[in-house]
Design a protein. Structure first.
Length: 148
């Protein structure tokens, strides 16, 4: 037999009307709570409704929780913006540096310095994010198209 759950309290047996038990079962299921959590929630809500000081405290606690959540969301937003800026800068660098790399590679290929062209393509691959073979192929295509 399993041990009954006790969470900062003690087990108590109550005798309730069947309608009340059915209401607790239905409402606890709707609110996605256990039966004991639902009863605790009802009692706290009643206490808050009767005493305005408790109500103010409850509002302050909820407000603080929301402020923490807002702060977390702002941090997430800041990180996402930073990542977007980095991506944009990388794409801009790639767009600007690619023609420069192609010109250098064309010159090396036309001078038949293939080993140097390969090393340069590897270096520019890291800068532009385009594979070395693609840079070499594009430089070779441009040379072939120009007819030199």
């Amino acid at each position: 037999m399993t041990k009954p759950k006790v969470k900062d309290g003690k087990n108590t047996i109550f005798y309730l009307e069947i309608e009340t038990i059915e209401e607790i079962n239905r409402n606890s299921g709707i609110m996605n709570m256990s039966k004991s959590s639902y009863i605790d929630f009802i009692i706290r809500r009643e206490k808050i409704n009767r005493n305005p000081v408790y109500r103010i405290k409850d509002i302050q606690v909820r407000k603080k929780e929301l402020q923490i959540k807002i702060h977390e969301l702002e941090n997430e937003e800041k990180m996402a913006i930073d990542e977007a800026e980095k991506l944009h800068n990388w794409q801009e660098t790639k767009r600007i540096k690619k023609p420069e790399a192609i010109k250098i590679l064309q010159r090396k290929l036309m001078e038949n310095q293939y080993d140097e062209a390969e090393e340069i393509a590897k270096t520019w691959s890291g800068i532009t994010g385009i594979s070395a073979i693609e840079l070499l192929m594009e430089a070779k295509d441009k040379i072939d198209k120009s007819g030199i």
